[in-house]
Each structure stands twice: as C-alpha cells, then as structure tokens.
Ligand binder design. Structure first.
Ligand code: LLP
Length: 414
C-alpha cells in the first residue's frame, strides 16, 4: 500500500492503523496525520531539484503542530514563519535562526525587533515602510540585517480570489513601479543586506504557468541587481503548488520544480521555496462522528457531524471541496447528503450534495486532505474546543495535541 490513507476491506486506515481505533481512543473530532506522507511529499519536491542548489522552507502557516515541524526539521527542511509566534514554534521544534525566513504583510515592531535580534536567515520585507522599520532597529543594534524584498509582479495565479496574492490589487509585496528605485538604493543602506528577491503569487495554484511567469520575473530582477554589483544570494519563489482535492489532475512536484528551474537555471542562483499545502494537505484527515441525520428535501438528507467550520474553515470560507468518506463503508446503495457542522451558521457546510453509503447516528466520517490550513485555522467559535491531533508514524500512533478543554479556554479570562 502507498503511504497514507487507504482501505483494508471496509475500514479506512492511516499507514496500517484503523481510524476507527484512533477515534474510539481519542474521541472526535480528531485530526490524524501520516508522517510517511509528510516525508514523501517533502522528498518529492526536494529530490526534484537534483543537484541544483536549493532550500525548502516549509510554510508553518499550513500546519504548525510541533510534531509536524520537528518531522520536517529531521528531513532537512527550513521554515517560513509568518509571525513571531510561528518563529517561536520553529525555535521550540529545534530550528536554528538561520533556517527561518520571516514573511508576512504586517509584522509589528515587536516582531521585527525579535527577528532582528534572533538573526533569522532573512526578513522578507513587504514595503518601503517595513524596510525603514527594519533599518531603524538594525541601526540601533548596529547589525547588518539580511532582507529579501517581496515583489508584487501583478500576475494572476488563477486561484480562489481569497488566496491569490500576486495581483497589483492585492495587499502583498512592493509594486514594480516602486520596487526598482527602492532595490537600487539598498546598496547605500549599510545596515540592510539585500540577500534575495521574493515572490509568492498565491496558493492552491494548479496551473504551472503563473508560477513559471513569477519565477521568470524574479530571475529578471535578480539578474539586473547582480549586474549592478548587488550580492543577491538566492531567489525565494514562495509556495503555492496546489493539491488535488477532488481527484483531478494537478502538476506533480517534479513538473513544478522542473518548470521553475527552466527559468532559474541560467541565473545559477540558489532557489528557496516555501511550500506548505503541497506537503501537509494530503498528510491529514479530519475524523468526525455523525450526530444526527434528518430530511432535507425530496432527494437528500442532512448529515450533521461533530466537526464544522470551527475545525475546518476551508469549505465555509472558500467554498473549498474536500472529499468526505465513511470510515467504515458498507455495500448499501449510496444516498445523497448535505454534510454539515454543528455551528450556528448556515455557511457551516463541510460537503454539499455528496453521495455516500447510508449514514447513521454514531458513524464516523473522514474529511480528506485536511492536513494543511485545517487545524491551523480552527477557532473557538461557539466555545468549541480545538480538536485533538494524532500523528501516525511507522504503524504507531500518538496524540500530538490533546483536545482543548473549556478550562483551557477560561484560564485566559478574569
Ligand atoms: N509563502 C508565503 C509568503 C505565503 O503567504 C504562503 C501562503 C506560503 C508560502 C505557502 O503557500 P502554499 O504552498 O501552502 O500554497 N488558508 C488558505 C491558504 C492561504 C495561504 C497563505 N499563504 C487555504 O486554506 O487555502
């Protein structure tokens, strides 16, 4: 069996462990991750570079469970941290400051102060104002701070509008009108060291063309800067590679890296990538239990499960599709279900109009490809506790985060 999730007879397993056993022991809702899939997905990208110099900086925002971060560190990954708190997670997972790139469109002064003091590999700066703020701190501490400038290339990633970031109308990066004079002037600012040019045009990108164009664009800018004598050390091409949520074709890791290298190779510049979803999404499922089944219309029923937008926001926020399947199948004729969560919002739908074997109260379902931006985006709305998380590794499983309790929540309140 390939690593990850698959069936033995009627039961859905994660690397040999029955999801039903985990749910019986830990309760639901629970996220279950496959360490083997994380390894596989990381290595698929990493090995596609062949001998070409590169570094993968896993985007912690996709899933920053300590155990997942540690697993990636063991594989040789660095990280992309999007807040000082993600930097702290990276540190506790054992990453060295030199393995952290600090990204994000609104880094507070305190966050910048921390990153400068720590000496991260680069601060990926998003504006002229942010460059000035970094410079002020660097000057005060008398340090030279490595920075990458994130460019906004005005490229349409053709992903969901909420997660497309490369258009001029998006809040991200420095627009090209502004970027060149800003970059050219950097060699006169001794406390800033421009080490890279950065671009990230969006997430869940399923066509290679925008990624190729973004790479070509950054290579062009980096080459120009090098000709001016600026010591650009690498280019950072962000993340963005999509995964197949519905079984449709998406580019492979190898096609992705080959496409990027087609544009980059002539420059000889090392590449940094910040993949998140492509590594973590297929490595996780959300296991939930059916609470109620009730009629909806002439041809369908509601299946109310004990996980919803609080555990997995993607369907409600982006109308995202995640496959849903029963943990234990039966051979009865499928029925049509609207699979909904328990939250007081009509948008709390996990899966619309799904054909599933007949579901009954107490049955378990698995929501697939939920390893990225699942648990990471969970909330306490309706005072729902953050779900438990389990990691399966080499046929053993363990709880990597216990379920939050109401005491945990109320401990913050006075
Ligand atoms: N680098 C930067 C600067 C980013 O902003 C992101 C994602 C990544 C890397 C990683 O991108 P990935 O390889 O995962 O596509 N919550 C949304 C996705 C938001 C992505 C935000 N930035 C979702 O659930 O689809």
């Amino acid at each position: 069996m390939p690593p990850g999730f698959g069936r033995r007879d009627h039961d859905l397993l994660c690397d040999g462990v029955a999801l039903a056993d985990i749910a019986a022991a830990v309760g639901t809702p629970v996220y279950v991750y496959s360490a083997a899939v994380v390894r596989d997905r990381y290595r698929a990208i990493d090995s596609s570079f062949g001998g070409y110099p590169h570094a993968l900086h896993y985007a912690l925002k996709a899933n920053s469970a300590l155990a997942i971060a540690r697993l990636l560190r063991g594989l040789g990954s660095g990280v992309d941290a999007n807040s000082v708190w993600e930097i702290e997670v990276a540190r506790r997972a054992g990453f060295d400051a030199s393995q952290i790139v600090f990204t994000g469109v609104g880094k507070s002064p305190a966050e910048l102060e921390c990153a400068v003091a720590l000496g991260v590999k680069a601060i990926n700066v998003e504006s002229a104002g942010e460059l000035a703020r970094v410079e002020t701190i660097a000057t005060r501490l008398d340090r030279q701070v490595p920075v990458a400038v994130r460019l906004n290339p005005d490229i349409d990633a053709k992903s969901h509008p909420h997660i497309s970031t490369g258009l001029k109308i998006n809040k991200f990066g420095v627009s090209m009108d502004e970027a060149l004079p800003l970059l050219h002037a950097l060699d006169r600012r001794p406390h800033l060291k421009l080490v890279a040019v950065h671009v990230h045009v969006g997430s869940q990108i399923t066509s290679l063309e925008p990624l190729r164009r973004a790479a070509a664009f950054v290579v062009g800018v980096a080459t120009d800067l090098r000709l001016r004598g600026m010591p650009i050390e690498y280019i950072d091409l962000g993340g963005g590679l999509g995964v197949s949520y519905d079984g449709g074709a998406v580019p492979t890791a190898e096609q992705y890296v080959t496409t990027l290298l087609d544009e980059v190779r002539r420059s000889g510049l090392p590449v940094v990538l910040e993949p998140g979803r492509a590594i973590a999404a297929p490595a996780g499922v959300l296991v939930a239990r059916v609470i109620d089944v009730k009629p909806r219309d002439a041809s369908s029923e509601f299946a109310v499960i004990d996980a919803g937008m609080t555990e997995l926001l993607r369907p409600a926020l982006y109308n995202a599709f995640h496959q849903i399947e029963p943990v234990t199948t039966n051979d009865a004729a499928p029925r049509r279900y609207e699979v909904v969560g328990p939250v007081c919002e009509s948008s709390d739908v996990v899966g619309r109009d799904r054909l599933l074997p007949p579901l009954a109260e107490g049955d378990l379902v698995a929501v697939r490809d939920a390893g990225a931006y699942g648990s990471a985006m969970a909330s306490n709305y309706n005072r729902r506790p953050l779900p438990a998380e389990v990691l399966v590794d080499d046929r053993q499983w363990r709880v990597i985060r216990r379920r939050q309790t109401i005491e945990d929540q109320l401990a913050l309140e006075t």
